[in-house]
Every structure is written in structure tokens, then in C-alpha cells.
Design a protein around this ligand. Structure first.
Ligand code: NAD
Length: 472
């Protein structure tokens, strides 16, 4: 059993004041694998006041001191890589290979990138007669979801600490294990007390206490658009900086010039990775009407290579993270059937032989119109929809016809693909199925959020700008 019954506040493990404890369910078999204590507003008060006190000194540390701290963090993280991978698999069901090869490695990559940025980062800059001084904004509340639990925590903690801020982290209450290990890592690395604090809890209680706290200067939130709107609304009452990384419904335009087989296969792979629980998943594949029949056959074959099974097996796909998520995906698959989309493969229910655990069948729908529910709502599961377009203008129009704008994908001849990329209203556009670039800024247009994470640009999100005028 993994018990997460203490919080990390002011450099020490403390008993939460909040009295509630909930079970953590293993999505692979629905067994109880641990417990997590849910805090309350008084735990948040303690964590924020520790962070405020630590800010007085940590904010004054030099780039050199922070680089040395990051070196120790990276070394301590590497030592716990196996523990982290097992924790991520247990808490959200990622296959072990995925936890080891991606979930854990992309987590530490954020610390490495922030460390490298500090080598040359200029916090002060002359401008005319003034000096523009970039100062750490203060105490930051970091609120994260469960789908890439470790990576999304690291994507906030690393730039915040690089900027000289102090933080209170609240991971998802359904995937709390990797957050606890991250706190142990930061402790072992010698992060000064109060600089990093960890509380667990319900979003509407502990999350809300953080976003409404008068002594929190910035909230960096990753999660659903609905919760993100609540966070922004609450944060506005104390005029906080609110950084939102929210949902997506990303288009993947396959141009006629693309190699259709590899474009479709790559698009299916990016969709199915992590059981489709990726905010930037290419969930709407747009294919020229003349190529749809061929694309469907490639997509079906590709989806059927996505074996589903227990995370400790060799399966490419594990379960989704929770029963609530499984139910939501079933509801949306049902809506696709009800609204007249053609089911190509997969569909309702669990894959054969997987009776316990939150397993979903890799699913492809074709003959989908962009006004259908499955083309508009974020499913956050292994469900791809194929939509036909008749010319490139129509492809761009359909691609942009969404309330979201997190990511987009274009497959085809490079110059044409790049021209299309410039017309898409999305924060990241991936050409020809390239993989992640963790150094590139990540964030959304429209209701996918605001602000940018990842890479050296993420540090700026945690800084205030002061102009000292008459400096020279
Ligand atoms: P969620 O919004 O339910 O919860 C996310 C976090 O916010 C959790 O820690 C939760 O406790 C907390 N929370 C919930 N309501 C809150 C409130 N009112 N005030 C403060 N905190 C609150 O999301 P989820 O189900 O954990 O994650 C899935 C969602 O996250 C998807 O919509 C996905 O697209 C999105 N996501 C976005 C990104 C991105 O970078 N844009 C990355 C991953 C996931």
C-alpha cells in the first residue's frame, strides 16, 4: 500500500489538518493501492506562509546558486527514476514502458532545460535611460492533473524555481504518488526549506484555497477548461496572475501531398499514446475526400496494432486513469453512434478478456461531421475521428472551427504544410508527425488557455517586470 498521509511544508513532513482520507484506486485492476489525505484551507495557509517566508531569501539567490541547486535536483531525480516510473504506473495506469521511457524522462528534461537556460538568462536589461529588471513574482500555486502527472508538475516547478519563486504544489488527488516522491527528491537535493511545499487535496477545497489566497501571487493551472475558468474567476478577486493550460481538440490535416500510409499511421500512434489522455492529442484527422477510403483502411490497421493490457505486460496501451474517465469516454462513443458516425474499429465496452480495470478499446470513427459531439468535445481517451475536406481552405476552416487552440498537426510537403501551419489558430503546430520538442513554448490559443510553459521561455511566466527609470 502506498500511503500519502503527510504533506511537505517548510522543509518537513507534517500531519495535515484536514481530516479526510480517500482511497487511491489502481486503474489496472480497480484494487485499492493506497490512500491520500485531503487537506483543507488551514494546510494551505501553512504552506503559503512557509513559501512567503522562504521567498525573502530564495528570491535573492544568484543564477549560479540556482544552477548548483538544479544539478543536485537532477542527480536526486535520476536516483529515484525507477520509483517514479512505478508510481506513475500505479497511480494512472501508464504501461511501464511508457512511464520509464517518457513519463519520467520528460519530467527531468524540464529541470535540465531550466538549468541550461540559467547559464545565459538575463534577468536585467538596459532600455533607453532605464533598466528593465525581471524579478520573481513571489509565491506560486501550482495545480496539476493526472494524465502526465510527473511531467506536468516538473513543467511548472522547474521554471518557477529557476525564476526565483517559491511554490506550493497541489497534484491531482487521484494520482498523488509521484508528487510525494518529487517532494522527497527536492528535499534530498537540499532545496531550502519553504521553497517547495506539497499539499494534497480536492480541487474545490485545497485548489480553491490556493487560488483565493491573498498571499499567493500567481496560479499556474493545468487541467480541464471548466476548472480553469473557475480558477481564473477566483484568482481575479485578488488580481492574481493566472496561467492556464487547458483542454484541446487538435486537428491533424493530412494534405494530399503527404505519404498517406505513414501520415495516418503516425496520427493514430500519437492519438493512442497514453490511452489518448493527452491534451494536445491529434483527435480530429482531416483527410481529403478522395483519400478517405484509403485512410480509413490504414487507420483501422494502425489502431488494431494498439494492444491493450495490464501496464506490467508488453501491451502498448494500458487502462485510462479512472472510472469517471472510462464512463465519460463510453458516453462520448455512444454519442458518436447516436449521431450517425461510422464506427471503423473499437467501440463501447472493454477489450475482450479485460473485465476489471478501466480499459478502453482503441476506437476510430469515420464519416464524422465537425458539428458532432465527438468532433467538438475533448474525449481524453483513445478515440480518433476522421473528417473529410474538399480543399485546403475547407481543411483550415474545419481545423479552426473549435473552441480550443492548443495544438494542430499538418502532414504533407514541407513548404505547403508550413503555409497551412501559419493559418492555424493553435499554440503549437507539429509538422509531419515529429515528436515533442520540450524546448519549444507550449500553451493554448482560445479556450485552451493562456501563457506558455516548457523551454527557456517558461521562466518569463514566473517573473514580474520592473522598470527603473533614470538608471543611466
Ligand atoms: P481537472 O480540471 O479536473 O483537475 C486538474 C487539477 O485541478 C486537479 O489537481 C484538481 O484537483 C484541480 N481542480 C479542479 N477543480 C478546481 C478548482 N475549482 N479550483 C482549483 N483547482 C481545481 O482536470 P483532470 O481531469 O485532472 O485532467 C484532465 C484535463 O486536463 C483535460 O481537460 C486535459 O486536456 C487537461 N490537460 C491540459 C494540459 C495542457 O497543458 N494544456 C495538459 C494535461 C491535461
Amino acid at each position: 500500500m502506498r500511503n500519502n498521509l503527510q504533506f511537505y511544508i517548510d522543509g518537513t513532513w507534517v500531519q495535515p489538518k484536514g481530516a479526510t482520507v480517500i482511497d487511491v484506486i489502481n486503474p489496472a485492476d480497480e484494487a485499492v493501492i493506497g490512500q491520500v489525505a485531503l487537506g483543507d484551507a488551514s494546510d494551505v495557509d501553512d504552506a503559503v506562509s512557509a513559501a512567503r517566508k522562504a521567498f525573502e531569501t530564495y528570491s535573492l539567490t544568484s543564477n549560479k546558486e540556482r544552477i548548483s541547486l538544479f544539478d543536485r535536483i537532477i542527480a536526486a531525480y535520476d536516483k529515484r527514476a525507477n520509483d517514479l516510473a512505478l508510481a506513475v504506473t500505479d497511480e494512472m495506469g501508464a504501461p511501464q514502458w511508457l512511464s520509464e521511457q517518457l513519463q519520467v524522462t520528460v519530467g527531468v528534461a524540464h529541470f535540465k532545460i531550466a538549468r541550461a537556460a540559467l547559464e545565459t538568462y538575463r534577468f536585467d536589461e538596459p532600455l533607453g535611460t532605464s533598466e528593465v529588471v525581471r524579478e520573481p513574482i513571489g509565491v506560486c500555486a501550482l495545480i496539476t492533473p493526472w494524465n502526465w502527472p510527473l511531467m506536468l508538475m516538473a513543467a511548472k516547478v522547474a521554471p518557477a524555481l529557476a525564476a526565483g519563486c517559491t511554490v506550493v504544489l497541489k497534484p491531482s488527488e487521484i494520482a498523488p504518488f509521484s508528487g510525494t516522491i518529487l517532494a522527497e527528491i527536492l528535499h534530498d537535493a537540499g532545496v531550502p526549506k519553504g521553497v517547495f511545499n506539497l499539499v494534497h487535496g480536492d480541487g474545490r477545497v485545497v485548489g480553491n484555497a490556493l487560488t483565493s489566497h491573498p498571499d499567493v501571487d500567481l496560479v499556474s493551472f493545468t487541467g480541464s477548461t471548466a476548472a480553469g475558468i473557475e480558477v481564473a474567476r477566483t484568482g481575479a478577486l485578488t488580481v492574481k496572475r493566472v496561467h492556464q493550460e487547458l483542454g484541446g481538440k487538435s486537428p491533424n490535416i493530412v494534405l494530399r501531398s503527404a505519404d498517406l500510409a505513414s501520415a495516418v499511421e503516425g496520427g493514430v500512434a500519437q492519438m493512442m499514446l497514453n490511452s489518448g489522455q493527452n491534451c494536445s492529442a491529434p483527435s480530429r484527422m482531416l483527410v481529403h475526400v478522395d483519400q478517405v477510403a484509403e485512410a480509413i483502411s490504414y487507420a483501422k490497421a494502425a489502431a488494431e496494432t494498439w494492444s491493450v493490457g495490464h501496464p506490467s505486460s508488453n501491451a502498448k496501451m494500458g487502462p485510462v486513469a479512472s472510472e469517471a474517465q472510462w464512463n465519460k469516454i463510453q458516453r462520448l462513443i455512444q454519442s458518436g453512434l447516436d449521431e450517425g458516425a461510422t464506427l471503423v474499429t473499437g467501440g463501447l465496452g472493454r477489450p475482450d478478456g479485460l473485465d476489471a480495470g478501466f480499459y478502453v478499446r482503441p476506437t476510430i470513427f469515420a464519416c464524422v461531421r465537425n458539428d458532432m459531439t465527438i468532433a467538438r468535445e475533448e474525449i481524453f481517451g483513445p478515440v480518433l475521428v476522421i473528417i473529410a475536406y474538399s480543399d485546403e481552405d475547407e481543411a483550415v476552416r474545419i481545423a479552426n472551427d473549435t473552441t480550443y487552440g492548443l495544438a494542430a498537426y499538418v502532414q504533407g510537403e514541407r513548404v505547403a504544410a508550413e503555409a497551412i501551419a501559419r493559418r492555424l489558430r493553435a499554440g503549437q503546430v507539429y509538422l509531419n508527425n515529429v515528436n515533442l520538442d520540450l524546448a519549444a513554448p507550449f500553451g493554448g490559443y482560445k479556450q485552451s488557455g493562456n501563457g506558455r510553459e516548457w523551454g527557456p521561455m517558461a521562466i518569463a511566466e514566473f517573473l514580474e517586470i520592473k522598470a527603473i527609470i533614470g538608471f543611466r
